[in-house]
Design a protein around this ligand. Structure first.
Ligand SMILES: Nc1ncnc2c1ncn2[C@@H]1O[C@H](COP(=O)(O)OP(=O)(O)OP(=O)(O)O)[C@@H](O)[C@H]1O
Length: 788
């Protein structure tokens, strides 16, 4: 972290929003280019269908209250409908549980992510933070999404948001052999095709400088086997790869997880810096430190898919005081929220007999907290905002671009070539294997024509040629499964992020593989041809090489097909011999294909080994004489390899190669189609049209929001509406912990934690009663933990 940045970190006594970090790069100097994008969500519900009976009714706990939204009421109804129905001959007693049930992950959320602000999504594990981020970023893979998402007043799907946003995933999947600079540069080439080489370089340099990656720019990303950059550098590299397009919105899933406190703070301050240039930054965070917590502008706290709080980070402590939970002075608010509000209940401390009662008391406690949120003016603010969003026009200049197919192919070709050349062990293994097998099998079948016995010559000749076909098929199908599998995560992530298209990747990857698939069989052929003592004819030699290479290509295509079609590498490795063995048995040597059972004999038609062996055998054995006898033709007759000549067999091999490659492509297409982000949430309009459409008609035409959202006209309207005509005031307090600490007591907190606004009295008419009853009921909960 630069000293300039460090020296300007906010302390607990400072307003986080006052942090001013100088930036003189395109990300800020050109901040006009960052168009403010406000994301509003309304009644956002996300559910997945699960197999099995599902949790008990008490676990579903739909809240239905006077304040519950209509979709929550609907949801409650749906939950009741999914309960086991009394079916069967004996009615209720024979009721069968449904085979599937619906699990609601997010319950009718209402809220907004504002431009120019960092919003942190906090909550316990499994509370739905990542799901919410994935919905916003159009990366949801399964389930049903209902509700509205608005981007500057336009109703959109996640796919449309992807056009104006970058998403930094929790696990940074970057090709391990790339250096930091190469990874960022590749993104610049693929996503900023409009930039010339000089401008692109400048932008890469700026992003590297901003994310303080200078020292690591030439270090490879690395993997568990090969050390590369540190965890923090890797995370910053992932952020840089998204930032290169200067997106208006940046989503980050746990950008600080696994980082030490200092590096986590560095990353957080960079996020703050990015928001200050007008971006909407939304980050899922796990247990932020106190200092990091105060860096956020807004926080959204989720619990079991429900909102517990959404609003200014600095106001959260006040809010929970009103609920009845007063954060002790000098305590990290995030720790307090987690340990004393969201997690009062520790099942391991319970006596068996107490469990049910305590679980129910805990559920009641949380229900009250949800309900308090629903009834709060803060929630009313967001409901109002969802009806009065920012309606600023979005221009196409904000949209992420994609390079042409040609540029994608060139970029990926270069990357794949670097990747292949840097994996020296793989190259050595491939060439070493060809040399080893060539010499080994050459020694076994050494100088066949020099053997005394004609029968031995015929047997060895067929055995050697059959081994060549089998070996080339096997040796080229096995490794490709593992190399594709190793890269598949990177591919699905990058393709899912819209970095490049499937044809560009598939073509580039196979173009780079091709030289190795040709070179290794060529070396193998050169060694074996002369060691076997095959016919000294240039034409026969070249046919031998050509057939060997074609069988190798088929093997490679078969391996690619398996790797692209079967998700699990272990399963692919199990399936492989199951398919290869029949192809081998019907390869022309073991079974006389003319006399094979007809219901199995068809296998020979799809066996590249059979075509390869036939071509090799005809090439060497037709007219082959030894000791004055034509043993070649006799052997061929006995093998009964069919009537095709060498050329036809080679044509069949090439045909199989093409078919397998098309199947491999379709397999990969299926894989990314299943993983396609936003697949389940399709809009009627294309993502671009959704963003370029007019805002929804019923919104009042608001002026652009130039300052923080609380200054917006909608805020004024809300203040007036909810405070019954009282003078305008902030709905959200700007107290920091230190303010609270110094005021200490009744100036800010009522006797049971009622929030009293320093200038305007109680923020919520009737709040005293609400808080009293909440605190009271918590105290009186059977065996419940005592109020803080
Ligand atoms: N596609 C899915 N199928 C089944 N369950 C799912 C699916 N997606 C999410 N869930 C469930 O939804 C809940 C919320 O998941 P999510 O990943 O959003 O939580 P989270 O708050 O991000 O958790 P963590 O902090 O541990 O990453 C979890 O119980 C998870 O198992």
């Amino acid at each position: 972290m630069s000293s300039a940045l460090l020296s300007q970190r906010p302390s607990l006594t400072e307003e986080p929003s006052e942090v001013a970090i100088p930036m003189d790069n395109f990300l800020n100097a050109n901040s006009d280019a960052v168009e403010p994008v406000q994301i509003v969500f309304k009644n956002l519900r996300y559910a997945v269908t699960m197999k099995g009976k599902g949790p008990g009714a008490e676990d579903r706990r739909p809240i239905v209250s006077s304040a519950a939204t209509s979709s929550e009421k609907l949801e409650a109804g749906a939950a009741a409908e999914t309960a086991p129905a009394p079916t069967g001959r004996f009615g209720r007693h024979r009721a069968r549980a449904p085979r599937t049930y619906e699990k609601t992950i997010l319950h009718s959320l209402v809220g907004a992510f504002q431009p120019g602000r960092v919003t942190a999504i906090l909550g316990p594990s499994g509370s739905g933070k990542t799901s919410l981020l994935n919905i916003m970023a159009g990366s949801v893979k399964a389930g049903h999404i209902t509700g509205d998402i608005l981007v500057n007043g336009r109703q959109v799907t996640g796919q449309a948001i992807r056009l104006v946003s970058g998403y930094v995933f929790q696990d940074d999947v970057i090709l391990p052999t790339m250096t930091v600079e190469e990874a960022i540069d590749m993104c610049a080439m693929l996503r900023c095709p409009e930039l010339g080489p000089t401008e692109r370089r400048r932008r890469v340099d700026e992003v590297i400088a901003l994310l303080e990656l200078d020292k690591a720019r030439h270090t490879i990303i690395g993997s568990p086997d090969k050390k590369g950059v540190s965890g923090g550098e890797r995370k910053r590299c992932a952020i840089a790869m998204e930032l290169i397009t200067n997106p208006s919105v940046l989503f980050l899933d746990e950008p600080t997880s696994g980082l030490d406190a200092y590096t986590a703070a560095t990353v957080t301050y960079i996020l703050k810096q990015l928001a200050q240039s007008g971006r909407t930054v939304v980050a899922v965070m796990h247990q932020p430190s106190s200092e990091i917590f105060h860096t956020f502008d807004d926080v959204m706290i989720l619990h079991e898919g429900r909102t517990v709080y959404l609003g200014e980070a600095s106001h959260a402590v006040d809010y929970f005081s009103r609920v009845g939970y007063r954060c002790p002075t000098y305590t990290n608010p995030a720790d307090y929220f987690f340990m004393s509000i969201l997690y009062q209940f520790d099942p391991s401390n319970l006596q068996v007999g107490d469990k049910t009662g305590q679980i129910q008391a805990e559920h009641r406690r949380m229900d009250e907290i949800y309900q308090f949120w629903q009834d709060s003016p803060e929630a009313a603010y967001y409901r109002h905002l969802s009806d009065n969003p920012l309606t600023r026009r979005i221009t196409t200049s904000t949209f992420k671009r994609r390079a042409t197919l040609g540029v994608q192919y060139k970029t990926l070709l270069r990357r794949s070539a670097h990747n292949a050349l840097r994996n020296k062990m793989v190259i050595h293994a491939k060439l070493g294997q060809a040399i080893f097998f060539g010499v080994f099998v050459g020694l076994i079948f050494l100088r066949i024509p020099h053997k005394d016995s004609l029968a031995a010559q015929a047997q060895d000749m067929t055995g050697a040629l059959f081994f060549v076909a089998v070996n080339q098929f096997f040796a080229n199908s096995m490794p490709v499964v593992t190399t594709y599998a190793a890269e598949r995560d990177v591919f699905t992530r990058e393709h899912g992020n819209g970095l490049y298209s499937l044809p560009a990747y598939f073509l580039a990857k196979n173009t780079v593989e091709l030289p190795f698939v040709i070179l290794a069989p060529f070396i193998f052929s050169c060694i074996t041809y002369w060691m076997f003592g095959l016919q000294a004819s240039a034409a026969k030699f070249f046919i031998y090489v050509a057939v060997t290479i074609t069988v190798a290509l088929c093997g490679n295509a078969f391996g690619t097909f398996l790797a692209c079609s079967v998700k699990d590498l272990a399963i692919a490795m199990v399936i492989m011999p199951v398919i290869i063995l029949p192809l081998m048995i019907f390869g022309g040597l073991f079974v006389n294909t003319g006399s094979a059972p007809p219901y199995l004999a068809w296998i020979q038609w799809i066996s590249p080994i059979k075509y390869g062996f036939s071509a090799l055998a005809i090439n060497q054995l037709r007219g082959y004489t030894s000791q004055g006898q034509n043993i070649g033709d006799t052997t061929l007759e006995n093998l009964d390899l069919g009537s095709f000549g060498i050329l036809v067999n080679i044509m069949f091999l090439l045909g199989l190669f093409l078919v397998l490659f098309v199947l491999a492509y379709l397999g990969l297409w299926r894989l990314v189609r299943v993983n396609a982000a936003g697949k389940i949430q399709r809009g009627k309009l294309s993502p671009k049209k959704q963003l370029l459409a007019d805002p929804l008609a019923h919104f009042p035409a608001l002026e652009d929001i130039s300052g923080p959202y609380r200054e917006s006209p909608s805020d004024v309207a809300l203040s007036e509406k909810h405070l019954n005509g009282e003078p305008r005031q902030r709905l959200v307090s700007k107290h920091t912990l230190d303010d609270i600490a110094s005021a200490d007591g009744p100036a800010h907190f009522g006797s049971v934690g009622t929030f009293v606004h320093p200038t305007a009295g109680s923020l919520v008419p009737g709040a005293d009663e609400t808080v009293h009853s909440t605190a009271e009921s918590r105290r009186s909960s059977a065996n419940g933990p005592s109020a803080p």
